[in-house]
Design a protein around this ligand. Structure first.
Ligand SMILES: [Zn+2]
Length: 300
């Protein structure tokens, strides 16, 4: 259930996107592209977006999901269907895209990562793992309070974090009115046992492999004191909320707890996510490759 703070946060974010971000983009775009070694704005590669809606395999919810996501991608669409630049392209951002077609499998991705950082990033991921951090999918509502604590753990990230300034903590450990008794019933275990700390369930596989929302967290087995004396077995230290819209998987929320940022938990999380996305073909990856980058044929 959305609180009025969530509503205020969303309204503030929309205002920022509409009124402030276009100016920031216009001012910083060229410098940022140079920093990342990207070619000139006019020579940036283009990617096709394919919603992959298939009446034979999708249900009506998929079409609604795609319709909802389309405006989220719109700020990054610099060319129309005809391949020509949109009139407002100067005000639009350039997405940071990892083209999965560049990697035959996860080992190829890891090899590229190793070359890029002289092995440093893989070492950091390994170090985080030896310190007890691990990643897995999660049901966000079961970690609502911990998500808030992550958001409130730093006042400034790429900009001010509203939650860290004014948003009150959620009244319960879990969202959507879920109680510990509900979780015990779901797990089929006594409430007293669940209150002593058990791993919470992960979400079931998505109904459609081409259209889904999936939350992923980095955890450590460091019990957290919950409300009413209950113990929560795992501490959530970072999260990424993913959405797959056809041939694109986009990150929605991305955040690590300020106390754990220096312990490479975000690198571990992204590394493992790429294991899902660039891993061997299978249900998790099926059709999941991000669009192959191609030059814009219309301008050749
Ligand atoms: Zn679908």
């Amino acid at each position: 259930m959305s609180s009025r703070w969530d509503t205020a946060e969303l309204a503030t974010r929309r205002l920022h996107l509409a009124l402030i971000e276009p100016w920031l983009i216009a001012a910083k775009k060229r410098r940022r592209l140079q920093f990342f070694g990207a070619p000139d704005l006019d020579d940036l590669p283009c990617a096709d977006l394919d919603s992959q809606l298939d009446p034979a395999s999708c249900d009506p919810a998929c079409a609604r999901f795609v319709a909802h996501e389309r405006p989220q991608l719109a700020p990054f669409l610099c060319r129309g269907d005809d391949g020509w630049p949109a009139l407002s392209w100067r005000w639009r951002g350039v997405p940071s895209v990892i083209d999965l077609d560049r990697f035959a499998d996860f080992d190829a991705y890891r090899a590229a990562l190793k070359r890029h950082s002289k092995g440093g990033i893989l070492q950091q991921v390994k170090k985080a793992r030896t310190q007890g951090f691990y990643s897995k999918t999660m049901l966000r509502d079961l970690h609502a309070r911990q998500c808030f604590e992550i958001q409130a753990s730093k006042r400034f990230r790429s900009g001010p974090v509203l939650a860290a300034f004014v948003k009150p903590p959620p009244p319960a450990d879990f969202g959507s009115g879920i109680t510990l008794a509900d979780i015990a019933a779901y797990l089929g275990r006594p409430l007293s046992e669940v209150a002593q700390g058990v791993a919470f369930p992960e979400p079931p596989p998505p109904q459609c492999m081409h259209h889904w929302a999936l939350d992923w967290g980095a955890f450590i087995n460091d019990p957290v004191q919950g409300r009413d004396g209950a113990i929560i077995a795992e501490r959530l230290v970072a999260y990424v909320f993913l959405k797959r819209i056809g041939n694109v998987v986009r990150t929605r929320g991305v955040m690590a707890h300020g106390d754990y940022l220096a312990r490479n938990v975000m690198k571990l999380l992204f590394h493992d996510l790429m294991g899902l996305a660039a891993g061997p073909p299978g249900p998790a990856r099926r059709g999941c490759a991000l669009p192959a980058l191609r030059r814009d044929r219309a301008r050749k």
